[in-house]
Structure formats: structure tokens, C-alpha cells
Design a protein around this ligand. Structure first.
Ligand code: SF4
Length: 93
């Protein structure tokens, strides 16, 4: 995965850093230890992250983003992306 790039996270409707997406996903679900933050609901039900991991979402660099450029919004319903998502869900069981 290409770290330090910005993409548009559809479930959260927000621009996010790709490595932040990974970090958010590693958060615990349900009851969390004191001081820890639970996984966001958006990430729990998310089907977009396989595309982030596989570098299949449109991105801009952090520098470009700070300079005012915005990444395009991924199309989760394109045939290619649907296939990638399905393949990942199968792998994950
Ligand atoms: S796991 Fe999904 S909802 Fe969470 S930040 Fe990544 S793309 Fe967004």
C-alpha cells in the first residue's frame, strides 16, 4: 500500500490518509480498554478498504492535498472494483 497519500473515504465521507485507514481498522471492536478508542462504525461495515490496500483508489500525495488538490472519488460499483472487493471478502472468509 502506498502510505502517506490522501483518498476519499466513502463510508466516512471524508478525505483520509491511506495509512490512517489501516490504523483505524486495527482498533478494537466492542469493549475497549480504558484510554483506547473503539473502531468506528464506518470501518466496521466498510467494504472499501480492500481497494485502499491494493492501491486501487484514486489518491493525491499529502503535499498535493495540502496544496489544494483533491483525490477523485472511487467508484465502488465498477466491475473491476466489485471483483476486488468480492475476492477480498472471500479470502477473509
Ligand atoms: S476502513 Fe473503510 S471506513 Fe475505515 S477509514 Fe478505511 S476506507 Fe474509511
Amino acid at each position: 500500500m502506498n502510505k502517506d497519500r490522501m483518498f476519499y473515504c466513502l463510508p466516512q465521507q471524508a478525505y483520509m490518509r491511506t495509512d490512517n485507514c489501516q490504523k483505524l481498522r486495527k482498533r478494537p471492536t466492542g469493549k475497549v480498554p480504558a484510554g483506547a478508542q473503539p473502531k468506528l462504525r464506518a470501518c466496521e461495515g466498510c467494504t472499501m478498504y480492500p481497494l485502499v490496500d491494493k492501491d486501487k483508489v484514486p489518491t493525491v500525495t499529502l503535499t498535493e492535498y495540502l496544496g489544494g488538490q483533491k483525490p477523485e472519488i472511487a467508484n465502488l460499483h465498477s466491475a473491476t472494483n466489485k471483483k476486488l472487493i468480492q475476492a477480498h471478502l472471500k479470502e477473509a472468509g
